[in-house]
Write a protein that binds this ligand. Structure first.
Ligand SMILES: [Zn+2]
Length: 138
């Protein structure tokens, strides 16, 4: 009995961890599929290895977690109070690297569409994401 509980608890934890990193990206990928677009994943040789690359349109789509990539003004953009210095340095470092990567991509002639995790969280905001993508992809 105890073993079973432990197992269930463990897989629940795992699914939460996995979901945190990849669920928004999966949502955006299936959205693009439904819209009929083909894309590559994790563009090798491009700055920051962007999540989704639409080579024919010369567009990269970055799906960013609000916490890890500092979505300013978003309720999910929190800073842990424990070990605060470490977290500020780490998270601001992520955001700075994102800026550099975006700039480098633009310099190489790519258009960059950033989609935030919170924008993929419900059908209404996902509608807006779809409109943004449609606009970018014409
Ligand atoms: Zn957000």
């Amino acid at each position: 009995m105890r073993d079973r509980l432990t197992k269930e608890r463990r897989s629940w934890n795992m699914s939460r961890i996995r979901g945190k990193d990849t669920k928004p990206e999966m949502v955006v990928r299936s959205l693009l599929h439904r819209m009929g677009y083909r894309f590559r994943l994790h563009g090798k040789g491009l700055p920051g290895r962007p999540d989704i690359v639409l080579a024919r349109h010369r567009i990269v789509v970055l799906v960013h977690g609000c916490f890890w990539h500092r979505h300013r003004g978003c309720k999910n953009c929190t800073t842990p109070t424990n070990n605060r210095k470490f977290w500020v340095k780490k998270l601001e470092g992520n955001a700075a690297r994102d800026r550099l990567n975006r700039r480098a991509l633009v310099r190489l002639g790519w258009r960059v569409v950033v989609i935030w995790e919170c924008e993929t969280a419900n059908p209404k905001s996902l509608d807006r994401v779809q409109k943004r993508l449609q606009k970018a992809l014409v």
